[in-house]
Design a protein around this ligand. Structure first.
Ligand code: ME8
Length: 647
């Protein structure tokens, strides 16, 4: 039996309601868990809440209720959101659970008995927000180096964990286990951190200052430092939450997913705690990047905190799950721009996957009485072979590679899936079943084409399930596939042609209605109305009047510079004949600023201004390419004057 797949998210503070950042890590863990269940692995997926500490005590005091009551209220908010987002966690831990508290006390006692915890007087700079002391050299101008809030000098007697003793062992572990901290850049960060002498860790807080915590088993005047309490959740949960509780079977964890903000606490505090307890370390700690909104940090004071409930209500759970994991490589920081979200819904989801399903079902209903026909071998061509090899390598190579928990690359997995979506749509365009249907001599070919289109969707249904479970279920229903996704459907390799034909398709609603772009996108209050039209090939055509609404003009690029923190965006100043405009263009992966200055290009001149990474764009440049820009639209023989109309 392979080792069970044990995956965790951080346990989130209950000082406030959950936002997009919390949803991100939890959705990522959910995709991993669903993927492993499909493969037939035993999975334990744990999430939960961090309920002790100063922040929670303060939030409860502000609300005028007891800390426990506050925690209970917030717990409901998190659980409701996880349900709405389709999170399939197997366990939900709360650090106020009596069973968890008992384990924390047991660990503390063990370390104390082994002289790995000692008491000492300590004077230092204390940051209330971060609940930690800083040394003189850390503090900048009386401010916390982490959160920049003012610190105060405090002298108090506390208990310390001999973390410094484990520095070399941890360095050796890091060296010997290349996939312990992922991605590589984060591993280097931890290695760098460990070059400086590691200090001992204060693991207590006097009750006179903070009462909301787990009492130290060896001194009733103190509670446990919130991080020592919280990190233990990953092991304590195994003693009482799985259907068959067992630390032996489930530990060490396969992967702890965390945000980069809490990498040190996991890589250093948690690892050294485990070493002191003589427990093996988790296989991988994967630290993902940070979401900002239009280039800015999310914060209440800026009013730009993204509410996942609102997002799901407007755009749907699966569109939200898709966007978060598709837009940005998992280890890197990302910017949440509504233009991109809506763009992805319309292009990838509605025009891509939704269109492929709806046109295939329509074609099968129209030309095959609603039943998926069997293929006729002699009527197959290279096009079918290409579909088959792409689909099989998607399920058997690309997804297993990109979803490996020590290399997670959700965006690449989704790119591979959408490669097949695109191929499927091109296949229908090229084979034109509606033309084949007119000629009785082509009936074997028509049958073959309809079969392969349906088979493509069967593979897509399995591939999309971990990311978009509701969509996969709806696709299976419309295709008449008897799939029960709680079973290990990918335990054995899926072969092309071993389960598609003969099923009866059912026309259903469009998977993803198109979304109209809001007039002025506002991250905190997005406004979007779903249009009723379904994205079929016929009704996605436009007439000449529609096209004439788009004002295309010649422009000359005067200056160009990169938008900070973006490898894709260039900020251009362009001459439009009668005026100068600023345009932000997503061409930065293909061109550097020096490549484009002086070029004569074509721009959409009557686009409403929008902000990209916080920079205003007053138009759009035309370029060829889908995912990646292949080239700017320019002129070969002439250089028309800026401002000239293009039609
Ligand atoms: O740190 N972008 O809890 P927390 C991406 N209780 N991810 C984000 C994010 C953003 N803008 N904001 C939050 C704690 N996250 C401790 C953890 S674990 C033993 C204790 C996600 O509520 C990301 O996973 O502050 C980050 O690490 C976590 O929420 C922090 O959640």
């Amino acid at each position: 039996m392979p080792q069970p797949f044990y995956i965790t998210t951080p346990i989130y503070y209950v000082n406030d309601v959950p936002h997009v950042g919390h949803a991100y890590t939890t959705i990522a863990a959910d995709v991993q868990a669903r993927w492993h269940r499909l493969l037939g692995h035993e999975v334990f997926f744990l999430t939960g809440l961090d309920e002790h500490g100063q922040k929670v005590q303060q939030a409860a005091a502000k609300a005028g209720i007891s800390p426990q009551e506050h925690c209970d209220r917030l717990t409901l908010q998190f659980q409701t959101l996880w349900q709405k987002l389709g999170i399939s966690n197997d366990g939900f831990i709360r650090t106020t659970d009596a069973r968890h508290q008992a384990v924390v006390q047991r660990f503390l006692q063990e370390l104390y008995d082994n002289q790995l915890i000692y008491r000492a007087e300590y004077t230092g700079w204390y940051c209330t927000f971060d609940e930690r002391f800083w040394t003189e050299k850390d503090v900048n101008d009386g401010r916390c180096p982490d959160c920049q809030r003012p610190v105060e000098q405090l002298s108090e007697s506390n208990y310390f964990f001999r973390m410094s003793q484990f520095q070399q062992r941890l360095l050796d572990h890091l060296e010997a286990n290349p996939t312990f901290i992922r991605p590589e850049s984060r591993r280097n960060e931890v290695a760098g951190f460990l070059q400086k002498p590691l200090e001992d860790l204060s693991i207590s807080r006097p009750k006179s200052r903070l009462s909301w915590g787990i009492e130290l088993p060896f001194d009733a005047d103190y509670v446990t430092y919130v991080w020592f309490d919280a990190l233990v959740n990953y092991m304590s949960a195994l003693e009482y939450l799985p259907s068959q509780p067992s630390v032996e079977r489930l530990w060490p964890a396969t992967v702890h997913l965390v945000g980069k903000d809490i990498l040190t606490t996991h890589a250093v505090y948690w690892s050294t705690m485990l070493m002191a307890l003589e427990v093996p370390l988790p296989h991988t700690i994967f630290a993902h990047g940070w979401w900002t909104v239009d280039g800015e940090k999310m914060s209440k004071s800026r009013g730009n905190v993204l509410d996942p409930h609102a997002m799901v209500d407007q755009f749907g759970t699966d569109a939200f799950r898709y966007f978060l994991l598709r837009e940005v490589p998992f280890g890197q920081d990302g910017d949440f721009a509504f233009e991109s979200f809506i763009g992805r819904i319309n292009s990838d989801l509605a025009n891509g996957l939704g269109n492929l399903l709806s046109r295939t079902i329509t074609l099968i209903q129209r030309f095959s009485d609603g039943n998926v026909p069997a293929p006729v071998a002699s009527a197959s061509t290279e096009l079918e072979t290409e579909l088959q090899t792409t689909a099989e390598s998607l399920l058997h190579d690309h997804l297993p590679t990109h979803l490996r928990s020590d290399r997670i690359a959700f965006n690449r997995a989704l790119e591979a899936i959408w490669g097949l979506v695109q191929l499927g749509n091109q296949y229908i365009d090229k084979t034109a079943p509606w033309v084949l249907a007119k000629d009785p001599a082509c009936s074997a070919r028509l049958q073959t084409v309809l079969f392969h289109a349906a088979e493509t969707l069967r593979f897509l249904c399995l591939a999309t399930y971990p990311f978009m479970p509701d969509t996969a279920r709806e696709m299976a229903r419309q295709l008449g596939l008897p799939y029960n996704f709680s079973q290990a459907l990918l335990k054995d390799p899926i072969a092309w042609g071993d389960g598609g034909s003969g099923t009866t398709v059912v026309k259903g609603k469009a998977l993803f209605p198109r979304v109209d772009a809001p007039a002025t996108p506002s991250p905190a209050q997005p406004q979007a109305g779903a249009s009723a039209s379904s994205p079929t090939d016929e009704n996605s055509r436009i007439n000449i009047q529609d096209f004439q609404k788009v004002e295309l003009k010649v422009a000359k690029i005067l200056t160009a510079e990169r938008v900070p923190k973006s490898n894709k965006l260039l900020k251009l100043q362009v001459d439009l004949g009668t005026e100068q405009r600023q345009i932000v263009a997503g061409i930065g992966k293909k061109y550097g600023p020096e490549d484009v200055v002086g070029k004569t290009i074509v721009v959409v001149a009557n686009l409403k201004p929008a902000k990209l990474m916080g920079v205003e764009s007053q138009g759009m440049v035309l370029a060829a390419g889908d995912e990646d820009v292949e080239g700017l639209v320019t002129f070969k023989d002439v250089d028309p004057q800026p401002g000239t109309k293009v039609k």
